[in-house]
Design a protein around this ligand. Structure first.
Ligand SMILES: Nc1ncnc2c1ncn2[C@@H]1O[C@H](COP(=O)(O)OP(=O)(O)O)[C@@H](O)[C@H]1O
Ligand SMILES: [Mg+2]
Length: 366
């Protein structure tokens, strides 16, 4: 299980910069998700590590082997990088049975016949496709084909497994099942997983660390809950979480924050942090903007969206709408007056110009 290091990796397609000076250290046995909107450079990054795309600049190391270095001209071929792939459009060989599809790669690697048999059985069991062993791909559902593709990819025990949106063709239920399987597979296999997705929920639930990119530039590289609770900037805060974080323009002076007719005292978790700007953006996750009797913020319910386990309430405050998520099924009447409060110590303050997070802490309504 090698670690992977990218140092100052840049990829330009003529003048267009697809990946910009990326530094990334993937530890052994990590499950990394490359996350970001379409076109931000995820696939390009994956392909560069795999050796399918040549970086314009930089250096890539897998384990103790330099596989690419623009400075010295080293460029190891994909086949010699010991990497397994699983792409968005996995193509099984249509004229081969499930067994043959999984065994094929092992035969190419000149594994012994008995060893192949044992390994294929292991894979069939792990992915729960034993009963389909003699079928052809056309005789399988999309989800079953997907599992065969995963089995085929994992069979040679690649030290590093790359997946590019492998679940995008599946329906919601199967996707959720496959996520569970992939996470389990990761702990069972000891391999390092690098997984591309544009789906923040998928990235949050699977990864040990999220690498969030925008326009080729790394925005944050941290464990999912850190990305969620301590976003580096407004883009990250906005991209992760559903419903999204509330962003509210606010004025600050002497740690008193004013917004939408509300005055509140801000206490940073790190007492050394001082907010120098007078105009900021306040970032409040919906679960920290709560509705409770006696809350000091007087607002009204604009609309209520119960989803069973939880309810999203759009709260109207000084003509702006704020999302609030409350546990359980509640139904407020339209325009019903409600009392609200701000809780927790994860209230973010972003600089208005740079959009970087400048502080995080408690907000006590005065
Ligand atoms: N071969 C190529 N030639 C020119 N531009 C490319 C090429 N491959 C990718 N790009 C561009 O680089 C950017 C990043 O692409 P990609 O890595 O596929 O994004 P993602 O996987 O995050 O959706 C996109 O704007 C894409 O159009
Ligand atoms: Mg892509």
């Amino acid at each position: 299980m090698p670690e992977i290091r990218l140092e100052h990796v840049t990829k330009r397609f003529e003048k267009f910069v697809a990946v910009d000076d990326l530094n990334l250290h993937i530890n052994e046995h990590d499950f990394i998700t490359l996350l970001g909107p379409s076109g931000c450079g995820k696939t390009t990054t994956l392909r560069m590590i795999a050796g399918l795309e040549t970086p314009t600049e930089g250096k890539i190391t897998i384990g103790d082997k330099v596989v690419f270095d623009a400075a010295t001209g080293v460029n190891v071929s994909p086949a010699k990088r010991d990497i397994g792939f699983l792409f968005q459009n996995y193509a099984l060989w249509p004229h081969m049975t499930v067994y043959q599809n999984i065994a094929f790669g092992l035969e190419n690697l000149k594994w012994k016949k008995e060893d192949i048999k044992v390994r294929v059985q292991e894979m069939l069991k792990m992915l729960k496709i034993e009963e389909f062993v003699g079928r052809y791909p056309a005789e399988l559902s999309g989800g079953q084909q997907q599992r065969v593709a995963i089995a085929r990819t994992l069979a040679p025990k690649p030290q590093v497994l790359f997946m590019d949106e492998p679940l995008s063709n599946l329906d919601a239920k199967l996707r959720s099942e496959m996520r569970t399987e992939l996470k389990r597979l990761h702990s069972d296999s000891n391999s390092t997983f690098v997984y591309v997705t544009h789906d923040q929920l998928e990235a949050m639930t699977l990864a040990t660390k999220i690498c969030l990119m925008e326009k080729g530039v790394l925005q944050q590289y941290d464990p999912p809950l850190t990305v969620y609770s301590e976003p580096a900037n407004r883009f990250v805060a906005d991209f992760v979480g559903n419903p999204t974080m509330n962003f509210i323009n606010a004025k600050v002076s002497d740690s008193v924050v004013e917004f939408l007719g509300v005055k509140a005292k801000f206490t940073p978790n790190d007492p050394k942090e001082k907010i120098s700007a007078s105009e900021v953006i306040l970032g409040i996750r919906p679960e920290f903007f709560t509705i409770k009797e006696g809350g000091k913020i007087k607002a009204t319910a604009y609309s209520t969206l119960p989803s069973g386990m939880e309810t999203t309430v759009k709260v109207k405050l000084a003509d702006e709408l704020i999302s609030s998520v409350v546990f359980g099924a509640i139904d407020y009447k339209v325009d019903q007056p409600i009392d609200c409060d701000i809780i927790g110590d994860q209230i973010c303050i972003f600089d208005k110009e740079s959009t970087k997070r400048v502080s995080i802490g408690k907000l006590e309504v005065l």
